[in-house]
Ligand binder design. Structure first.
Ligand SMILES: [Zn+2]
Length: 163
C-alpha cells in the first residue's frame, strides 16, 4: 500500500513535469482558442450590425426621378419639398398625390403604416393600377407608377435616384 502511494506520487510528479515542459504549447493553444472565439464573436456582431443597417427607417417619394418628399416612421410626418407641396394633400390616414397639381382627378392614395413600417398605394387613377399591388417595407420593396412618374423607395438601402 505504501509502495503503491509512492508510485502514484512519482507518477504525479512525472506528469507535472510533462505539463511544465509542454507549457508553451498550452499557451499557444489558449491563444488559438481565444482567437477563434474572438473571430466567432466578431463575425456575429458584424452580421447583427449589418442586419440593423439593412433595415430602412423610412421612404422617399420621387416624381419624375426627383426626390420630392421623404418620410421617417419614427417621425411620422411626410416632409414635402416646398415647390412640390401642391402635389400632396393629406386626407386622414392617406396622403393623396397629384402628378399634375392642376388636375385633381388624377391621383395616387399613399397609405403609410407607421407601426409595421410599410407604405402602399390604396387607390390610383392610373391605367392598369399596377402601383396598387406594390409595397415598400423596412426590408425593401419598390413602388413605381409609370403613368404618374411616381416612385416610392425605402431609405438607406439604395440611392433613390439611381435605383
Ligand atoms: Zn399607378
Amino acid at each position: 500500500m505504501f509502495q503503491a502511494l509512492k508510485g502514484e506520487t512519482v507518477l504525479k510528479k512525472k506528469s507535472l513535469s510533462e505539463l511544465k515542459n509542454s507549457k508553451p504549447f498550452y499557451a499557444f493553444d489558449i491563444v488559438l482558442y481565444l482567437a477563434v472565439a474572438a473571430f466567432t464573436v466578431l463575425s456575429f456582431v458584424f452580421v447583427l450590425a449589418n442586419g440593423n443597417k439593412g433595415d430602412s427607417q423610412g421612404f422617399f417619394v420621387l416624381y419624375e426621378n426627383v426626390v420630392v418628399a421623404e418620410y421617417y416612421y419614427s417621425d411620422g410626418n411626410l416632409i414635402v419639398k416646398d415647390e412640390y407641396a401642391a402635389h400632396f394633400k393629406t386626407d386622414g390616414e392617406k396622403v393623396r398625390f397629384y402628378p399634375d397639381k392642376n388636375d385633381l382627378n388624377d391621383y395616387n392614395d399613399i397609405v403609410i403604416d407607421k407601426t409595421n413600417k410599410t407604405v402602399s398605394i390604396a387607390d390610383a387613377t392610373c391605367a392598369g393600377k399596377d402601383c396598387t399591388t406594390q409595397k415598400v417595407s423596412a426590408s425593401g420593396g419598390f413602388i413605381y407608377c409609370a403613368p404618374h412618374a411616381l416612385k416610392i423607395v425605402p431609405t438607406g438601402l439604395t440611392d433613390p435616384v439611381s435605383g
